[in-house]
Design a protein around this ligand. Sequence first.
Ligand code: TMP
Ligand code: ASP
Length: 237
Amino acid sequence: MEKNGKEVMYEGKSKVIYAGPDEKSVVIFYKDTATAFNGEKKEDLNDKGKLNAAISNLLYDYLSQNGIETHLIEVIDETKVLAKKAEIVMVEVIVRNVAAGSFSKKYGVAEGSKLNNIVAEFSLKDDELGDPMINISQITALGIATKEELKEMEEKTLRINDLLSELFRKVGIKLVDFKLEFGRFDGKLILCDEISPDSCRLWDLETNEKLDKDRFRRNMGNVPESYQEVLTRLLNV
Ligand code: TMP
Ligand code: ASP
């Protein structure tokens, strides 16, 4: 498949992956499309692609300065980056600092409830199955990742949680929860995909106002404006 004269390797709900200039890289394009409930709700939101790209690039730079290896090689333009072509581990790692979203729904706890410890969960990356939650023994039984890889992913994720929570706190934002993806590259596990208001829950520290994709999921309006607010605050840290 070709788009704008370039070979499309994969088109997801919010990004397109093009073949890169060499075998070991890809070009990732951030679309304006927002989806929720496994694609059931879908809309194009002004500037969402460039806002998510800018936020994710900034966070990846910060993580990389703090010793976390990411797929990011360089920023091409406002909506495109050159990234390492990693083999994506087909599980998503979710971290929760505060109860919200599916955790609140599943376990009957009010959103915003304090948790006694940080929660780490895995979900199978499979849209057709609706990304079901999956545990470590199920992941290893299916041969998706090894126990050692999962341990490393969890350790890296908790370190990333510490780093991001601190950064967001500085700009008056509570990092409620977020999702990460990892990939195998040159024998190492590296951070892949994006970290943006699409993949995090971000609440204003003082008012608890939502500054993330829940505004889209829950028809609250002002989605790009909230993403812009996150970016503006991060740029002024
Ligand atoms: P959840 O509460 O719906 O399980 O979501 C937990 C976190 O993961 C939240 O910050 C949003 C993010 N997330 C994604 O990045 N992609 C997804 O497909 C889903 C369902 C959640
Ligand atoms: N990313 C998922 C979807 O597009 C779910 C979500 O973020 O709520 O449906």
